[in-house]
Design a protein around this ligand. Sequence first.
Ligand code: ASP
Length: 340
Amino acid sequence: MKPNIVLLLFFMASFYSCNQSQTQTSISQTKIPYAIVIHGGAGYINNLPPEVEKAYKEKLNEALNTGYLVLKNGGTAIEAVQKTINVMEDSPLFNAGKGCVLNSKGKPEMDASIMDGSNLNCGAVAGVSHIKNPINAALLVKDSTRHVLLAGQGAEEFCKQYDIIIKDEKYFVTQKRLKQLQQIQNKEHKKTAQSTYEFNGIKKYGTVGCVALDKQGHLAAGTSTGGLMNKQYGRIGDSPIIGAGTYADDQTCGISCTGTGEYFIRTVAAYNVSALMKYQNLSLHQAQKQTIKYIQNLGGDGGMIGIDKQGNIAWFFNTKGMFRAYKKSTGEQQIKIYAQ
Ligand code: ASP
């Protein structure tokens, strides 16, 4: 009899402690603040005319609030990232979706990726020319294939089987981008690709990215871009490369990058931030700073945004400016363009 009572007591105790820890987890989860941070590209952005500055700030604000509302209503970080990026992809102000930069043949070739920090699931597309919202295609790859990255025609054919909006190339090509390409190509006196991101001596990127932390404590990150102006036909940058342009892990942080993609690939920049936090106990800000310095020492430039698992937000860039904004469930909010 006695051993049975001991056994019963043991089961009751373990059942109680298991329920206890589940309750505690859910209590602490609801206490985690939700937050969202976005970027619209880094670059040598100087003295924008007031009406242009206003247009950028308004669009950043719209994008930020779109994602914030998803989080506020209990939506997932992944959904917030997707919806936020859609707003910027649909705006010709940024180098993503409509109005993206053009390759050396004058064509749009877009890249995007998205990652769920709760399970490290991710999806990406590269070199697509007809997908209205490449981030939606990246999400489709994540959710509906056993792959991570689909490229070019194969990616587009796959998307056509689903609810993904396909557009003519002319939807993406704006007069502004055609003019920029012509000026760059005239300057270079040849139509070969230099992976140029310089326009009138001003380096501009304009890629878009978003990182979100939802009420469940899960992180997600996404990035969408047209790449670099006058890039070699077929060139793929860091934005669709998981670990380079995008990374999210609930154990550390979510990161989205912008800049000279080749350097972000070489340094595995987004993952580098996560690794510095995980293995060297650096804060998000310290890890970003160290990673951008690393890139700078190699000759690259750009920036990144991120959120850590506690909801701390950080950004870092070595260019003059970066279109960026954040909003936290505490009510704290900022929209900025220049360094200060
Ligand atoms: N990182 C992007 C690329 O290299 C460009 C950008 O951030 O604007 O494709």
